[in-house]
Write a protein that binds this ligand. Structure first.
Ligand code: UD1
Length: 431
């Protein structure tokens, strides 16, 4: 097994380049299934979740070729996919976003059988809204303990009004609807940057999707989709994590290859803590010289403060002067990482399951902690970079689901971070 060992207290300086967006990539790759020709997807992040979804497509019959000289470019030829039944339970069960195969296969074949998806389980993650959308479009849905089965005579464009704003359900509805005859209107749609990216990708293949990035998405079904070359947007959450890491450790870092508008809610909150954030065309610069102040944060769907930045921000606020209150309004109980931060000296109280009160200490100290899921793991890194002494983070496989070359990127900024192979002891299991 491997862990990260971080000696904290080194300020970060220099430039870091942000990779393609994980949450866009894991929807765009399954979306290629809808097409009848090969597509080239560029700016793919080199992370585990992308490797898994590409592997799943391969087992389904797609031909996946990394383009020489640029491994972030992949040609995906979906023409070998002849069946709407996905059989690789182990791979599908290893990631949440494999549920996008439901919408994509339903949209292409009118049916889908997909094993139960897995991934980060920081909360109960229902799919009732995805199923509601499929049903409204005309599918029969059979939810079994180990798989979801969808069948349809003829899908038809319809009005879909979601009760809760859901990224996954919005994406799946889009995937199922792009080839369904007639007009689909998705109301209370999610507005995240990766929703817009998926719409842009679908339109590059000849789909007719309008309004992505607003509450209402309108889709006119088209008969066929054609191949295209498409470059994925930069990862908002990877960028936000580096911004927060610089604020935690101190220093002056240029975070490059970003879309600053996607980072606005994070920028605003970092400024509230006293960090300086300068915005440029495709770059933000974060400078932190003085101690930080606490602030209040409430997560909400885009353009609000992203839930996927909440753990990293609580880590930051744990070593900021004064008190902070953080309300989690998207994934209500997303605080399983708090006991890990407490081991580093954080003073955090959880109230009603959905709120934390942080009483900032001068400085966290190193400890042995676990990465309980992807963003919880990122929070441990943020905390460790600013802490005094050595932090050992186990279960780093979660971090590697979503952060490309994290050791290389942080080392280049001056962090003291190493990957160490170890044999797990009972003490590690009990952490
Ligand atoms: C996506 C992201 C995840 C992020 C989340 C919210 C991917 C692969 N993952 O997850 O990193 O944390 O958006 O920004 O893109 N809900 C229901 N029923 C459903 C679906 C969702 O009640 O059928 C609720 C959830 O319990 C949650 C809220 O809707 O409270 C938001 O979830 P959703 O936006 O669907 O998250 P994901 O798409 O799973």
């Amino acid at each position: 097994m491997d862990k990260f060992v971080i000696n904290g207290g080194h300020k970060l300086y220099g430039t870091v380049n942000i990779s393609g967006a994980k949450n866009a990539a894991v929807a765009i790759i399954p979306a290629v299934v809808l097409c009848d020709e090969p597509c080239i997807v560029e700016n793919l992040p080199k992370i585990r979740d992308v490797n898994i979804i590409l592997e799943i497509l391969k087992t389904m019959g797609a031909k996946v070729t990394r383009i020489a000289g640029d491994s972030a470019r992949v040609k995906i030829d979906p023409r070998g996919i002849k069946s709407s039944r996905v059989t690789c339970e182990r791979l599908v069960g290893d990631m949440r976003a494999s549920y996008y195969l439901l919408g994509a296969l339903l949209g292409k074949f009118g049916s889908a059988v997909v094993p139960a998806s897995g991934g980060c389980s920081f909360c109960d993650r229902p799919i009732d809204l995805h199923i509601k959308a499929f049903r409204l479009l005309g599918a029969k849905c059979n939810l079994l303990p180990d798989r979801v089965e969808l069948t349809s005579e003829n899908l038809q464009g319809r009005n879909i009004d979601f009760d809760v704003v859901s990224v996954g359900a919005t994406m799946n509805a889009m995937l199922a609807a792009v080839r369904a005859p007639g007009k689909t209107v998705i109301a209370r749609a999610a507005k995240e940057p990766h929703i817009v990216d998926l719409a842009n990708f679908l339109n590059s293949m000849g789909a007719n999707v309008r309004g992505a990035g607003t509450d209402v998405i309108k889709i006119k079904g088209v008969e066929k989709l054609h191949g295209c070359t498409y470059s994925i947007i930069p990862d908002q959450i990877e960028a936000g994590t580096y911004m927060t890491a610089v604020a935690a450790a101190g220093g002056d870092v240029k975070i490059k290859g970003v879309i600053p508008e996607h980072l606005e809610s994070i920028t605003t909150k970092l400024r509230d803590t006293g960090a300086t954030v300068e915005e440029f065309d495709e770059m933000v610069r974060v400078i932190r010289e003085e101690p930080l102040y606490g602030c209040n944060v409430k997560t909400s769907p885009h353009p609000g403060f992203p839930t996927d930045m909440q753990p990293q921000f609580v880590a930051l606020l744990s070593a900021a002067e004064g008190k902070s209150k953080v309300i989690e309004a998207v994934w209500e109980t997303r605080f399983s990482y708090v006991p890990q931060l407490r081991k580093m000296g954080a003073d955090i109280i959880i109230e009603n399951g959905n709120t934390v009160h942080v009483d900032g200490t001068d400085r966290l100290h190193g400890a042995k902690v676990r990465a309980l899921d992807l963003r919880a793991g990122a929070a441990m890194i943020v905390a460790a970079l600013g802490a005094e002494g050595t932090t050992e983070i186990s279960d780093i496989r979660y971090i590697e689901r979503g952060y490309e070359k994290v050791i290389e990127k942080l080392t280049a900024l001056g962090a003291d971070i190493r990957r160490v192979t170890y044999v797990e002891s009972q003490e590690d299991v009990d952490l």
